[in-house]
Design a protein around this ligand. Structure first.
Ligand code: ZN
Length: 165
């Protein structure tokens, strides 16, 4: 679990702002095996927190993640450096707050759990077209046999014989 300590802000009055940085060297569990994205290296970001009624309003700036993506064309993996200048603010709620919360403050450990949020921000920041820079990047040649292809094209006529009988 990836968390950020907010001990100094928990008891602070509404309006108090805090800033911290996160540097995650190993968060390989952040993505599932079927996400088509994996971490190659670090995640770093500046975390901006504001104590508000019922919790904290938090956004990230200079989010950087060293990723491995799958090329949409050749289907091979390639390295990609994700950079997000500034995220939208989210609300981390304290227990008992009636405000609608995006995430819950872990009051027992006095910290903000960041896993889910980081994961979401990284997935949101991915390029729409994922393409590697390899010179030989092209769609893989289908390995299906020509026999299978033939079967496909012949299918429209498969029922014809029955119709004529
Ligand atoms: Zn490619």
């Amino acid at each position: 679990m990836l968390g950020l300590s907010i001990k100094h802000l928990l008891g602070a009055p509404v309006g108090t702002a805090g800033e911290d940085t996160i540097e995650v060297a190993n968060a390989k569990d952040l993505f599932d095996a079927d996400d088509l994205v994996a971490l190659r290296g670090d995640i770093t970001a500046a975390v901006h927190m504001l104590r508000v009624e019922g919790g904290f309003e938090v956004y990230l700036s200079d989010l950087s993640a060293d990723l491995e993506l799958e090329c949409h064309t050749c289907l091979r993996t390639y390295a990609y450096q994700l950079l997000v200048e500034k995220t939208m603010p989210v609300f981390f709620g304290l227990p008992g707050t009636e405000e609608e919360q995006d995430f819950a403050v872990d009051t027992a450990k006095a910290r903000l759990p960041l896993d889910m949020w980081l994961r979401e921000e990284i997935l949101l920041g991915l390029p729409i077209m994922q393409k590697c820079a390899r010179k030989d990047c092209h769609a893989p040649t289908p390995m299906q046999s020509s026999a299978e292809k033939e079967e496909d094209t012949q299918q429209p006529f498969a029922g014809l014989k029955d119709l004529l009988q």
